[in-house]
Design a protein around this ligand. Structure first.
Ligand SMILES: [Zn+2]
Length: 504
């Protein structure tokens, strides 16, 4: 795992050649507290009008490597400003320093005392690595050190570098899994990647590879996998990862991750150019694996986490499942298939049922499903993660606490309500079935298109029979940069939101 590791540096010295540049991020030149740096930026700003308002490289003897990169955040005090101003400024600086040939920059972030910006330096560090990240296939076919040239980042702010490096290791796993093509990260290889990323750590990884076992134990999941059963390299996997920290357990989390390694839509085939980018339909699985990697590296006390990924390719072929089929879920619920492109909820339901079985003795267990589930989430809340919680989670303020953590870590979410209409929407129309998986229009043009699938998940998994807190996490709008599922860099959402809430 090569990324630019954070290293604490108490003060900088322009002649220390450990570092070959200094990146300064601040709202304005006046906000730069270091006299030498402020003077260098001010004098450059007098001869170059761009410096006050955009990211620039200033050549100065005052900086290590003679390179001072000043990246202004712009205004921070309006109610709608948030820490992503620092993320964006760091992103601009990263593109510039890589072009300039910098490999080991110092980073100094000036954030005012506003609580919103309490993690600004940490966010800037993570943004640098997010921006510098290159896809796994690129690193495997080219020279990794050449295409990801940054080696380390000297943190002049007082931050916990051990924590940050664990966080970045987790985000990197999430980006790697989400951002890979459907052959390189087909289900068996996704399982291999998780085993390798967590090998030798305190996270236990178990993989179910037997198609017969999946057929009997995960019947809904396997209905999605049916058309890939004859293609060994596309065969489904269920990957279970368990971490139990030392000490008294204060949080017990169960995370179900949607790992659809390619979504053709199945028999309800995606058309009109909507198929490109569907290798990213494993972003939820990617995030839960990334969170487990962070746990493996951090080994926090007082928390237990079980994450399970349903890794399945939604292929099309003569064995493909079709609409109108009635398939009994692991929980014994008869599901009428409404549309084969609504496959993620089928994969997640059986995984959630298995997690409920594992959680039987955990009174305070909190459940999450993490998925690129609906175009509606992206339509409704744009680039934010959409959270939909059940009654118990709501009574514990779970989603709002998650969202508050996400706000601090530049991994923001919006909270939606689960309503009676959502349950009505999936109710059975005949006695032949207990529930309908989906309507037959794109979620983006369906009212409550990201809320009603949560009702399906609750009923099909049998979660409604258990007194547990449950929050559904839809990352269809937040999983890749700019909402560009074909080309956008994976964001690793919601790894930092979860980390901010439970590991900070
Ligand atoms: Zn689909």
């Amino acid at each position: 795992m090569a990324f630019a590791k954070a290293v604490n540096v108490s003060q900088f010295n322009s002649s220390d050649n450990t570092w070959d540049a200094i990146v300064v991020i601040a709202a304005s030149i006046d906000a730069i507290e270091d006299d030498t740096l402020r003077a260098a930026v001010s004098s450059a700003a007098q001869v170059d009008g761009r410096i006050a308002s955009s990211c620039n490289l200033i050549i100065t003897e005052a900086a290590p490597g003679k390179r001072l990169i000043y990246s202004p955040t712009g205004a921070l005090t309006r109610y709608f400003d948030d820490v992503r101003r620092f993320h964006d400024a760091a992103q601009h600086a990263t593109n510039l320093i890589i072009d300039a040939g910098v490999v080991s920059p110092l980073l100094m972030v000036y954030a005012d005392s506003d609580e919103r910006y309490s993690k600004a330096a940490e966010v800037a560090f993570l943004a640098i690595n997010q921006t510098a990240w290159q896809p796994l296939e690129a690193r495997e076919s080219l020279v990794e050190d050449e295409i990801e040239p940054l080696t380390q980042i000297g943190m002049l702010n007082d931050v916990d570098c051990h924590w940050l490096n664990a966080a970045e290791a987790g985000c990197r796993v999430a980006r790697d899994i989400c951002g890979t093509n459907p052959e390189r990260m087909a289900p068996p290889l996704l399982a291999d990647y998780c085993v390798e990323a967590l090998s030798g750590s305190s996270v236990k990884v178990e993989v179910v590879s037997s198609q017969e076992q999946l057929k009997s134990e995960y019947p809904l999941l396997f209905s999605v996998a049916r058309a890939s059963e004859q293609v060994a390299r596309h065969n489904a996997r269920v990957i279970t990862m368990t971490y139990e920290g030392k000490g008294e357990i204060k949080h017990t989390l169960y995370l179900a991750g949607k790992g659809v390694t390619f979504d053709t839509g199945g028999a309800d085939l995606k058309t009109d150019g909507h198929m490109a980018g569907m290798s990213r339909d494993k972003g939820g699985a990617a995030a839960v694996a990334g969170f487990m990697k962070m746990l493996a590296d951090l080994q926090p006390e007082g928390i237990k986490v079980v994450a399970e990924i349903g890794a399945v390719r939604n292929s099309i072929g003569s064995e493909a499942f079709v609409s109108d089929e009635i398939i009994t879920s692991r929980a014994g619920v008869r599901v009428r298939i409404g549309n084969t492109d609504a496959e993620g909820r089928l994969v997640l339901s059986d995984v959630m049922t298995h997690l409920l079985e594992l959680a039987e003795n955990d009174a305070n267990a909190e459940f999450f499903s993490v998925a690129t589930l609906t175009g509606h989430a992206a339509r409704a809340v744009g680039p934010y993660t959409a959270l939909v919680e059940n009654g118990k989670a709501r009574s514990q303020n779970s989603a709002h606490m998650l969202s508050a953590a996400g706000d601090l870590w530049a991994d923001p979410a919006e909270v939606s309500r689960s309503r009676r209409e959502d349950f009505d929407f999936v109710k059975p129309r005949t006695k032949a079935d207990d529930i309908l998986s989906s309507n037959n229009a794109a979620s983006a043009v369906t009212a409550r298109g990201h809320q009603f699938p949560m009702a399906f998940l609750v009923l099909a998994s049998g979660l409604d029979k258990h007194d547990v807190a449950y929050t559904h996490v839809d990352i269809a709008g937040s999983g890749v940069e700019s909402g560009d599922w074909q080309h956008g860099k994976p964001t690793a959402a919601p790894v930092m939101m979860l980390a901010g809430r439970y590991l900070n």
